[in-house]
Design a protein around this ligand. Structure first.
Ligand SMILES: *Cc1c(COP(=O)(O)O)cnc(C)c1O
Length: 378
């Protein structure tokens, strides 16, 4: 072989089988075959891999992991939470169909269905899911999908999943639940009868604020269709990000246990602070804490800008779910695009602050938040 060739090839193509303790990163765009029979075998479904947009061991590992945690037969990974939602929705609806969705969906999801899907000829009605009669009233002849979140952002309304399942079954709809805030550690919608569960794995599943990823879980048929959309839309997750997400997910139980217990303590402590008008935290759903987001409304005498300046080591970050505590201001970030009346109706005012509780010592988190509140009083 000449130099130019040997820099790329070795004479003998066969490689040793190396069994590594953790899954290696299959950082490859495509896979090689020994002969045409093997290639034909791929198309017969022998479980081999062909091309990373179509399938990759790292992305499959993530899909299988979330399916296992959700108690569902199948799972699939996508390039972001939003692309997982898009794939899940398009697995069910086409032009001319109708979706009934909760009016307090995550902002990005709201835009996806209200703007992009509407342009594709898909009808969308958003209603308050606090009132089952309103939800049922929004169902039309062409409704195919009912879509909400297990815990909503930022006011942490806990969805009545039994009611969503009941309506879906009664009207022959597919139910879709975004389980990002609760995670399968706290809530497993599929086991309660929800058809399709989606996650922004960017949040708790990854857990370390270093990837953007999404996952879906459900039965083989529905997830198969969603996987087809991911492939055709080119919404696949990269092998490295899938690998990092799987690595982060190993500590999901430990993180959720600690972060939820911390959140429970922080919510309790902030209730004692007279400058906190309201504490939003889903207490009733678990003594050791239910999720790791605490949202507060400061009194009108508090200067919110000063509160943010007084946060010390707590970062101001317009996302959530990392191991570090962080704080965001929903009105000017996640809910910025919502009309002011809609924000007012939902209770998202200038005084509302969302706190994503981390794994630090609860005493330190409480002390720093109280210090910021003190500063906000001038
Ligand atoms: C972040 C988030 C999304 C969007 O996920 P990306 O990974 O940013 O695309 C969807 N739903 C919820 C509840 C989220 O918090």
């Amino acid at each position: 072989m000449n130099f130019e060739t040997s820099v790329l090839h070795k004479k003998n193509k066969t490689e040793r089988t190396i069994i590594s303790k953790v899954t290696p990163i299959y950082q490859t765009s495509a896979f090689a075959f020994n002969d045409l029979d093997e290639l034909e075998g791929f198309y017969q479904g022998n479980g081999n891999y062909l091309y990373s947009r179509v399938g990759n061991p790292n992305t499959d590992e993530l899909g299988e992991l979330i399916a296992r945690l959700e108690g569902a037969p199948a799972g699939a990974a996508a390039s972001s939470g939003l692309s997982a939602i898009l794939a899940g929705v398009l697995a069910v609806v086409k032009s001319g169909d109708h979706i009934v969705a909760a009016d307090d969906l995550y902002g990005g999801s709201f835009h996806l269905i209200k703007e992009e899907l509407t342009q594709l000829g898909i009808e969308v009605t958003v209603v308050s899911f606090s009132d089952a009669a309103q939800v049922e009233g929004a169902i039309q002849e062409n409704t195919k999908l009912i879509y909400s979140e297990s815990i909503t952002n930022p006011l942490l309304r806990v969805e009545n999943l039994e009611e969503v399942v009941r309506l879906a079954q009664k009207h022959h709809l597919v139910s879709l639940i975004d389980n990002t805030f609760a995670t399968p550690y706290h809530c497993q919608p599929y086991l309660k009868g929800i058809d399709l569960v989606v996650h922004s794995a960017t949040k708790y599943i990854g857990g370390h604020s270093d990837i953007t990823a999404g996952v879906l879980a459900g039965d083989e048929e529905l997830v198969g269709k969603a996987r087809g959309k991911i492939v055709n839309l080119g919404a696949n997750l990269s092998p490295f990000e899938a690998w990092l997400t799987c690595r982060g997910a190993k500590t999901l139980a430990l993180r959720m246990k600690q972060q939820s217990a911390n959140a429970n303590r922080v919510a309790g402590a902030l209730k004692q602070n007279k400058e906190v008008k309201k504490v939003y935290y889903p207490y009733q759903h678990g003594e050791e804490g239910f999720g790791a987001i605490v949202t507060i409304e400061l009194t009108d005498s508090a200067d919110v800008n000063e509160f943010f300046k007084g946060l010390g080591w707590i970062k101001i970050v317009p996302t959530l779910a990392g191991v570090e505590t962080s704080v965001s201001h929903p009105l000017i970030t996640s809910h910025r695009a919502l009309p002011p009346e809609a924000c007012r109706e939902l209770g998202i005012t200038k005084q509302v602050v969302r706190i994503s509780i981390g794994i630090e010592h609860a005493d330190d988190i409480i002390a720093q938040l109280n210090e910021a509140i003190n500063r906000s009083l001038g």
